[in-house]
Design a protein around this ligand. Structure first.
Ligand SMILES: C[S@@+](CC[C@H](N)C(=O)[O-])C[C@H]1O[C@@H](n2cnc3c(N)ncnc32)[C@H](O)[C@@H]1O
Length: 268
């Protein structure tokens, strides 16, 4: 059965941040803690170390209540501005940044990233969390469906913009996905990097008992969308999902990683 498009108001009313964390990132029950996190965290680690992507400012688009994808970035950028559409997600991000006692617990994922970086003793993991807390300077509202996705805030141009598992939520079709990519370009310096990672050919995902729609996107759609939006693709990687699908939670068929750049030449 096709899942009807989930409008913004349903996100506002029904997206429960804690249920989202429990469903996908909880250390024991989370369904994304295996293959997805291996994929996304290794890609980010590689990109920000041997890949040479680094700089002053990184913008994170549509973080949800999560920080896992910023753990490598905080070693390569001086300043991270994170964002999400929902107030409830931004509140969870602030809780983690303040180190509140009831903040979501990312410690197993912090350990995994520290392992990738070569040292995961408890002191190093603690320092990594502290470093990320210092590096994230703002949590702001974003809306992928607006011509100016950061209309309520003044934003600097960044050296890099990243986004994980986000654009398929608000974008109804590939045209809307392409427009969202195009509208983000203004927040990148000429030659700046954009790194988008998400799921392939997915139609829905659950948060608690609530089913949300997901834009079904293929490798060919991605290639066309980035080109049409005016980026130069540096790397596009897709991997099929080989485990038994948890169709009670989501029906994604694989993962993708796109690293592209805003052209540096004038007039583009
Ligand atoms: C599947 S969650 C992904 C969360 C997180 N990035 C992750 O990697 O787990 C989808 C995200 O899309 C966000 N979202 C929904 N509508 C949006 C919109 N109009 N603009 C930007 N983000 C939106 C939600 O708030 C939610 O955080």
């Amino acid at each position: 059965m096709a899942t009807p498009y989930t409008p913004s108001q349903t996100y506002i009313d029904e997206f429960n941040s804690v249920d989202y964390f429990k469903t996908y990132y909880h250390p024991e029950e989370g369904t994304l803690t295996g293959d997805w996190l291996n994929f996304v965290l290794q890609n980010l680690h590689g990109t920000f170390t041997s890949g040479g992507v680094k700089g002053d400012i990184l913008i994170d688009f549509g973080a949800g209540p999560t920080i896992y994808h910023l753990l490598s970035a905080c070693e390569a950028f001086n300043n991270i501005i994170t964002s999400d559409f929902l107030e409830q997600n931004r509140a969870q991000l602030q809780k983690w940044l303040r180190n509140d006692s009831d903040a979501l617990d990312w410690t197993p994922i912090v350990k995994f990233v520290c392992e990738l970086e070569g040292n995961s003793d408890s002191e190093t993991c603690k320092k990594k969390e502290e470093k990320l807390r210092r590096t994230v300077t703002k949590v702001v509202k974003c809306d992928a469906l607006k011509k100016n996705p950061y209309e309520s805030v003044e934003m600097p141009q960044a050296d890099c913009l990243i986004s994980c598992l986000c654009l398929e939520a608000p974008c109804k079709d590939v045209e809307s996905f392409t427009n969202a990519l195009r509208n983000l370009k203004v927040f990148l310096k000429p030659g700046g990097h954009i790194i988008i990672q998400s799921v392939l050919n997915c139609t829905y995902y659950y948060v608690g008992q609530k089913r949300f729609s997901c834009l079904t996107i293929s490798k060919e759609d991605l290639e066309a969308a980035f080109k049409e939006a005016g980026y130069e693709i540096v790397k596009l990687k897709v991997v099929p999902y080989t485990q038994k699908p948890r169709i009670d939670i989501s029906d994604y068929k694989g993962f993708y990683f796109v690293h592209a750049r805003k052209p540096s030449a004038k007039g583009k």
